[in-house]
Ligand binder design. Structure first.
Ligand SMILES: [Zn+2]
Length: 321
């Protein structure tokens, strides 16, 4: 099957992949059956012209239908035999059902989510795959080297480090608006075991991580001002959230009067472990236990941490007004 699969990938990017009845007949029966039964190949219009089956030079002639024949009869003109009758079976043709191929690939990769065509016949969102600690979106890109390759590639976007699968030639680097995504050839990671498409997950992960590494090296250059701003903003946000956490830790300490009790109550309330040491450090940052207990807003002692949080939010709005 893997030979037939390579034929499929080789013609996947052609404008109108077309297989004649004689070509299909030359494939192993099991391969042919799978391609037809899985819907990868679908029948399309019958051939309008064929090569003469009786002459050595295989001259190509238009197929003509014998008028008023029942059942229908077809022939081609031939300089040697005047006319050659052609069996309708021999005129049947098949093309590749691109959407089915996209679905089959997504199924083989056990992706999460459903297959969505982004640009019909050119780009599909196949779903997401777990790669180590992150989830990566996988896409299928067809004929990336066409004149409009860049405008099709622009749909992919830059977020979430997408993985782009391709059948034919590797997408040219010029089509990517920014960082080049990990581009993986289907022929390298997919095979056929006689009944279904199989994926070599180990190789896929290795190829993706190799592509990622390459891109990291390519982009290991000083960050632009916009990137720096983003990092600063992130840092600020982290500081703000830690301040908020401190105020909650202190409020719980005041309420329960004991670091151990405060830690236990917060752990229950938040659903994440809050240790006695975390309370202790927050108290130390706030000037020690005595200072915290005598603090101005000690009225919050009788309130729950949650209500105190809401009050703080309201206070902020008030001062802004
Ligand atoms: Zn002939």
């Amino acid at each position: 099957m893997n030979h037939t699969l390579s034929i499929l990938w080789a013609c996947f990017d052609t404008t109108d992949p077309l297989f004649s009845a004689s070509e299909l007949a030359s494939w192993p029966a099991a391969d042919r059956n799978w391609l037809l039964e899985s819907g990868v190949l679908k029948e399309t219009t019958a051939a309008a012209a064929i090569a003469c089956p009786s002459c050595q030079d295989g001259h190509v002639e238009e197929v003509l239908e014998l008028p008023d024949s029942n059942p229908r009869r077809f022939f081609i003109p031939c300089p040697e035999a005047v006319r050659i009758e052609v069996d309708l079976e021999h005129l049947r043709q098949w093309t590749v059902d691109l959407d089915t191929v996209a679905s089959r690939i997504a199924a083989a990769l056990s992706l999460t989510g459903s297959v969505k065509p982004v640009s019909p016949g050119r780009l599909w969102r196949l779903g997401t795959s777990r790669m180590g600690p992150t989830s990566r979106e996988m896409l299928l890109l067809r004929t990336p080297d066409a004149a409009d390759g860049a405008s099709i590639a622009a749909h992919i976007g830059q977020t979430g480090r997408p993985i782009v699968l391709f059948a034919g030639g590797e997408p040219p680097a010029s089509i990517w608006p920014g960082r080049t995504p990990a581009c993986i050839a289907l022929s390298r990671v997919l095979s056929h075991d006689g009944s279904t498409l199989q994926v070599n997950a180990l190789l896929l992960h290795e190829l993706v991580s190799r592509a990622d590494d390459l891109q990291s090296q390519m982009h290991a250059i000083p960050i632009d001002p916009r990137g720096k701003k983003l990092i600063v903003r992130r840092q600020l946000k982290a500081e703000l959230s830690s301040h908020l956490a401190d105020s909650n830790l202190l409020a719980a300490y005041r309420q329960h009067g004991s670091m151990r009790e405060a830690a236990r109550a917060l752990t229950t309330e938040r659903g994440t472990p809050i240790t006695k040491d975390m309370i202790q450090r927050a108290v130390a940052r706030a000037g020690g236990a005595k200072a915290v207990m005598n603090a101005e807003d000690s009225e919050s002692v009788v309130r729950t941490v949650a209500s105190q949080r809401r009050d703080r939010g309201a206070k902020v709005i008030k001062t802004r007004n």
